[in-house]
Ligand binder design. Structure first.
Ligand SMILES: *Cc1c(COP(=O)(O)O)cnc(C)c1O
Length: 394
């Protein structure tokens, strides 16, 4: 089918919930994508931080194919090897105690919220169920994770939202302290707010909140749905912040393109979620788990050092252009936000797409870069050349 034919089918048959860019993608290789007509695009998006290993990765494709041939699903009523091996690897590389597998970021955060509420219920009884999150945060699109999201634009239409969420200001410890009450069971945040604008939290703020949570026996939930799985230059971002969270959620990049996610918890939360308290039909799916195991195997120290290095390179290049419409570059590793001045991010992104570069936006002022972790310097340079020419004409 041509791009035009696909667009017509979409318009006629699909709920129009997405403001799509004017491009259809047919296939890819490395970090380069192609439309049905063969137009080339450099990928600075990875989907949205999903395709960690790019496109056509042989190890990943072989792992998916071999598991699909062997056993594609069996339900959580039975044991199977792929999720068990994956859980062991996650525990080994993070120091967390155990894992629950889910299918998306929102669902993983829902599970973490349930865990925090039950931890508190088991220990203190009813009435200690509130969760403090941050302004500008994003935690998902279910009714509960929308309630957890600290942006008013998401609190519309779908009333009533789940009760028990309040918001504090990022990088303002006093604000977190003031938001917490005797009814608070957890604090939840992203270490770099992704959708909110690629806004990193300060180390000192994070350390203070972690200490405060430990002192009050409130769980610290870190939403690593976007920052996790090598994105920031360490396997999980918390490993660069010198903290030990009680719960860490993950999704997006974990299975290299298949829908998968989950949450890990620390030793003190062990057995909070016991038989019958939490479940999902697809959770721990063998094909997704095999894909995730391969993703983790390829994300070794050398690849992680490369992610950090490529991030520094992109920051340096963009700043070296000295363009008046670039206010700065934020973020860590290959999770970068280019803050714009006087131009609209979405318009800029659309112009990039026209010239063969896929790029995301975040918050009100930023372009967001989440390229595959395996992107080559040649592909980075091609993408940056397009970006520079678009921004130079702004
Ligand atoms: C994308 C995202 C989510 C939601 O993930 P879905 O898979 O879309 O449900 C939650 N939290 C953060 C930080 C995200 O970036």
């Amino acid at each position: 089918m041509t791009t035009g034919e696909i667009k017509a089918l979409d318009a006629a048959n699909v709920m129009q919930t997405y403001a799509r860019f004017d491009a259809a993608i047919d296939h890819g290789c490395g970090s380069t994508l192609y439309s049905p007509e063969g137009k080339e695009f450099i990928d600075f998006t990875s989907g949205i931080g999903v395709n960690s290993l790019g496109y056509g990765n042989a190890g990943w494709a072989d792992a998916v194919y071999a598991q699909a041939r062997k056993l594609q699903h069996i339900s959580n009523l039975y044991y199977s090897e792929p999720y068990a091996k994956l859980a062991a690897k996650l525990v080994e590389r993070t120091g967390m105690a155990d894992v629950f597998f889910a299918n998306s970021g929102a669902e993983s955060n829902e599970g973490a919220i349930k865990l925090a509420r039950k931890y508190s219920f088991d220990k203190y009884g009813k009435g200690r169920s509130d969760i403090v999150t941050l302004r500008q945060s994003f935690h998902g699109r279910t009714v509960t994770t929308l309630a957890a999201t600290g942006q008013d634009v998401f609190h519309n239409y779908f009333f009533p939202f789940t009760e028990g969420f309040s918001f504090a200001v990022a990088n303002d410890f006093e604000s977190v302290k003031n938001a917490c009450t005797a009814g608070t069971c957890a604090v939840m945040f992203e270490l770099i707010q992704g959708e909110g604008g690629v806004l990193p939290l300060d180390r000192e703020f994070v350390r203070q909140v972690a200490e405060f949570c430990a002192e009050k026996d409130m769980l610290l939930i870190v939403d690593e749905v976007q920052t996790g799985v090598g994105r920031t230059g360490t396997l999980f971002a918390f490993q660069q912040y010198g903290i030990k969270p009680d719960v860490v959620t993950f999704a997006k990049g974990i299975a290299g393109g298949l829908p998968f996610g989950g949450f890990m918890a620390s030793e003190k939360c062990r057995s909070v979620l016991n038989a019958g308290t939490h479940a999902t039909t697809f959770g721990g799916n063998p094909v997704c788990a095999a894909a995730a195991y391969e993703v983790l195997s390829q994300i070794d120290d050398k690849l992680l050092e490369g992610v950090a290095e490529k991030g520094r390179y992109i920051k340096g290049e963009v700043m070296s252009w000295g363009l008046p419409c670039v206010a700065g570059v934020r973020g860590l590793g290959l999770m970068l936000g280019i803050a714009l001045k006087g131009i609209v991010p979405k318009d800029t992104a659309q112009k990039c797409v026209e010239r063969g570069l896929l790029i995301l936006t975040a918050g009100s002022d930023a372009l967001r870069l989440l390229p595959p972790l395996v992107i080559t310097y040649e592909e980075i340079d091609k993408g940056l050349t397009i970006l520079k020419s678009v921004l130079s004409q702004a």
